[in-house]
Design a protein around this ligand. Structure first.
Ligand code: PHE
Length: 455
């Protein structure tokens, strides 16, 4: 039996690994600022609806497809519908999407790794507020530093994958996830005990429906999918590792709740501190790499400790997510060729390093290179945020809702009749109608918005 079919050894391990995949840069960096930007509590309500009604439903479909087939996406769809071989292309598209996402992900993770070093060595602490922005742009445009940190981060990810599903991914996730929770909690306590923390809390939570535009609703759905790591086959692969007698509904529920909790806690760790020191809540990389270092510097000496903690937290979150992305591609290569797991890991890692490095240099050495009028990083970002994940997600729900046999789905969700699945009707309705329509709306509106930015 190959290592792939070995799977996770326990329910706890399976949940920690999947939470590890879900909790990533998306939670700690992206969620807080989009929540603040689109009306705080108002955004949170919409987000909660999407995350449970569409994101979690998608996660369950991926778990069912994966666990039933014991395959990666390339074979999993066809296993569940052997007479329609064309569905394998959806599998390939999922694997390609993972490659594009991880190539961009390791760039940002490399930046984070560099900031652990810069905060631990006191470099950040020695900067004046006015120098923090320049420090960041000098770093990302540097001819080789971003690539060096990207390599460090990717190699650490690959070493864990080499350890295998149980001794690598599961073992590491079981340790890192609790550590991550502790770090977030410590940072939350620091943040809410600062003077005037209530300003940040109210920025984050008080519902302002006027800021929740159509754009905010779209962002909420996109974020819900990205944050739960669904719509690109990762959860099909992890689904194939879930123990046979685990309750898929409960597992997905726990993962979804933990992911959302960590995202909200990240907001609590960030915004009260930002407002307490009179900073503006920037969006995008500016928040994490410019505003927060300024905040940590304002805390005095102890700020260094919190800076190291924060960037370490971000890197840990990124690591377990990168692991799941790399694992999806490695498992696919092992499955579809005679290359063993060790060699597959090396090959896939080299490809990720190559594509990732090109992305990393797109602000510096390769700054002149444009694809469709965008920088390389911008182009990959468009692929990853507008096109690939929604297309894979739509394919997956259509496959599940309209191609897979209903009896097979019931059989898998109920663990061959052992569990009661009273939620089934509602679930099936969501997968067949609500999810495809919502996803199509997101896909078309975001394509439209990106083609006609001024409308
Ligand atoms: N869920 C991760 C995050 O929030 C990103 C991710 C997407 C990981 C898809 C795996 C697959 O950062």
């Amino acid at each position: 039996m190959s290592d792939k079919q070995q799977g996770f050894s326990s329910s706890f391990g399976a949940i920690m690994a999947a939470v590890g995949s879900a909790v990533g840069l998306g939670n700690i960096w992206r969620f807080p600022y989009i929540m603040g930007q689109y009306g705080g509590g108002a955004f949170l309500l919409v987000y909660l609806a999407f995350v449970f009604l569409i994101g979690m439903v998608l996660m369950m479909t991926e778990f069912v497809i994966g666990r039933r087939s014991q395959h990666t996406p390339a074979k999993a769809f066809v296993y569940n519908r052997p007479d329609r071989k064309g569905w394998r292309f959806l599998g390939y598209l999922c694997v390609f999407t993972c490659l594009m996402i991880i190539s961009q992900y390791v760039v940002l993770s490399g930046w984070t790794t560099n900031y652990i070093v810069d905060s631990a060595t006191g470099t950040l602490a020695s900067l004046q507020t006015s120098e923090i922005g320049t420090h960041f742009s000098n770093f990302i445009t540097h001819p080789w530093l971003p690539v060096m940190y990207l390599i460090i981060f990717t190699v650490i990810t690959a070493v864990i994958i080499l350890g295998g599903v149980q001794k690598g991914i599961e073992a590491v996730s079981k340790v890192l996830m609790p550590v991550l929770l502790v770090l977030v909690l410590v940072l939350c306590v620091r943040s809410i005990t600062l003077p005037n923390s209530s300003v940040g809390l109210s920025y984050l939570f008080s519902p302002d429906f006027s800021k929740l535009s159509g754009e905010g609703v779209l962002a909420a759905l996109g974020q819900a999918l990205f944050s739960l790591s669904v719509g690109m086959g990762t959860m099909i692969v992890y689904g194939s590792y879930i123990p046979a007698n685990d309750n898929i509904f409960k597992t997905a529920m726990l993962i979804t709740a933990s992911d959302t909790l960590i995202a909200v806690l990240a907001g609590v760790a960030i915004f009260p501190a930002v407002f307490s020191f009179g900073q503006d809540p920037a969006s995008g990389p500016g928040l994490v790499f410019q505003v927060l270092p300024t905040v940590f510097n304002s805390m005095g000496g102890i700020g260094t400790v919190f800076a190291v903690m924060f960037f370490f937290l971000l890197a840990l979150a990124a690591l377990t997510s990168a692991i799941s992305l790399l694992e999806t591609i490695v498992a696919w290569l092992c499955e579809s060729s005679s290359v063993n797991r060790y060699k597959s890991t090396i090959i896939v890692t080299l490809v990720v390093l190559a594509v990732g490095s090109v992305c990393a240099l797109s602000d510096g050495l390769l700054g002149g290179v444009k694809i469709l009028n965008k920088s390389i990083f911008g182009f990959v970002d468009d692929l990853n945020s507008i096109y690939l994940p929604p297309i894979c997600a739509i394919g997956t729900v259509i496959f599940f809702g309209w191609q897979m046999k209903k009896e097979d789905i019931i059989d898998e969700l109920s663990n061959h009749g052992a569990l009661k699945i009273g939620y089934f009707k509602a679930f099936y309705f969501l997968v067949r109608y609500v999810a495809p329509i919502a996803l199509l709306v997101v896909l078309f509106t975001s394509i439209y918005a990106s083609l006609f930015p001024n409308n």
